[in-house]
Write a protein that binds this ligand. Structure first.
Ligand code: PLP
Length: 420
């Protein structure tokens, strides 16, 4: 525990150095050790029984100690305490990947005949999981475009409710992704909350949101009415492109069934990656702030370049409705954006192949700048009509700016644009 001067509420960046860890319990080690153990010794047989009563739900409140590595561990618990701080969530849970977090959430929440209402586009694997895997268990979905209004969202929720009734299920989950990957389209979380409360009641289907692109620094969705925040911790939170992990944060009542399913399936994160993320969280604000400043400088250079056909950057929004959503929900424009090159795939490929500092790779949110071509890479399997509808064109290059020197990055982009 970090001692708090009594007149101050400590900020997340301060609390990342100590929250949830007591050196006295670990031989005085200033930093948490990596607890490489698959199981934990019980003080007595009665204590072991009590733990399992909690794990299996025979006694409310869950386990009150550490039991087995598939359920939890010290590194994971410290990480969960610290992750929750950023979103002011009651609890967080960490997972072996962003997708295992998303899959565990969806499976915990949905049953036979249920309906998921989601914003579009979604991360491709999330879309696949909802459309191709959940459908095998009789779960159907309806989707609305990211920029939809409250009235449009309410109408879709009514439709979802009727569809669920016909299927003998319920409208089980409202799932959002904002900003969306790779278009940066924003969803009006406040409008979704108002529509949910009006159509389904405040106790209706929870609203989950994938906050990977702006979280945890630049968007706090729980403040705007979401119930569960979803992270690929692989991206900005991990931040060094050296691990894969996921997280969910929200009220205990939403986390409880998800934790139970995680216990059954073993989608929990391992101790070593948890420890790496504790290290990452100490610098997440520093890294994201620098990456955001770099992106603003790079985009200012790219904006009027003769070989550039436009930018999908949240610091330069053209649409009034999107700008209004941004102003109400976001405190920063992030460092991941779409760069439209004049021409098509050939010109985009020439640009990508000419980059020297920026690396040609998918993913985002690392210390290094990455560039990729969604139409030919991450979204290659998306049908052409859907690609067109989502604005994933052949001249779209997705860029994630890192924490390098901004002038070096601008020089790299300048020479690569010249090379087209
Ligand atoms: C990367 C990503 C995911 C999936 O996360 P993994 O850690 O790769 O499993 C989900 N949503 C978004 C928006 C992502 O960028």
């Amino acid at each position: 525990m970090t001692a708090s001067p009594s007149d101050r509420t400590l900020k997340p960046s301060t609390r990342m150095m100590g929250a949830g860890y007591d050196p006295k319990l670990s031989e005085g080690a200033l930093k948490p050790p990596i607890f490489l153990t698959s199981t934990f010794a019980f003080e007595s047989a009665a204590a072991g029984k009590r733990h399992f009563e909690g794990i299996t739900g025979k006694r409310p409140g869950g386990a009150d100690g550490l039991v087995y590595g598939r359920f939890n561990g010290p590194d994971q618990e410290i990480l969960e305490d610290r992750l929750a701080i950023w979103d002011e969530a009651e609890q967080s849970l960490v997972f072996s990947s962003g997708m295992s977090a998303i899959a565990t959430l969806l499976l915990a929440q949905c049953g036979q005949g249920d309906v998921v209402v989601h914003s579009g586009p979604l991360y491709a694997a999330t879309e696949t999981f909802i459309a191709k895997i959940l459908s095998r268990f009789g779960v159907t979905y309806l989707d609305f475009p990211a920029g939809a209004t409250q009235a449009e969202i309410a109408a879709l929720l009514e439709q979802g409710k009727a569809q669920a009734a016909k299927q003998g299920g319920k409208l089980a989950l409202v799932y959002l992704e904002s900003p969306a990957n790779p278009t940066n389209a924003l969803v009006d979380i406040e409008a979704v909350r108002a529509a949910r409360d009006a159509v389904l009641g405040a106790d209706g289907a929870p609203i989950a949101i994938d906050n990977t692109f702006l979280g945890p620094l630049w968007q706090q969705p729980l403040r705007h009415g979401a119930d569960v925040v979803v992270y690929s911790l692989t991206k900005y939170v991990g931040g060094h492109s050296d691990l894969v992990a996921g997280g969910l944060s929200g009220a205990k009542k939403w986390m409880d069934p998800i934790r139970s399913l995680r216990n059954v399936m073993g989608t929990i994160l391992d101790p070593h990656s948890s420890w790496m993320l504790l290290r990452s969280l100490e610098t997440v604000e520093l890294r994201m702030t620098r990456a955001g400043e770099n992106a603003a400088k790079v985009c200012a250079f790219l904006k009027d370049h003769p070989k550039v056909d436009g930018l999908g950057y949240l610091g330069m929004i053209a649409d009034a409705r999107q700008q209004d959503i941004f102003d109400r929900h976001c405190s920063g424009a992030g460092s991941t954006f779409s760069l439209f090159i004049k021409g098509g795939e050939a010109e985009s490929f020439r640009f990508l192949d000419a980059l020297r500092i920026a690396k040609l790779a998918v993913s985002l949110g690392g210390t290094e700048t990455l560039a990729s071509h969604p139409a030919a890479m991450t979204h290659l399997s998306v049908p052409d009509e859907r690609k067109a509808a989502l604005g994933i064109t052949d001249n779209l290059v997705r860029v994630s700016i890192g924490i390098e020197d901004p002038d070096d990055l601008i020089a790299d982009f300048a020479q690569a644009l010249d090379a087209i």
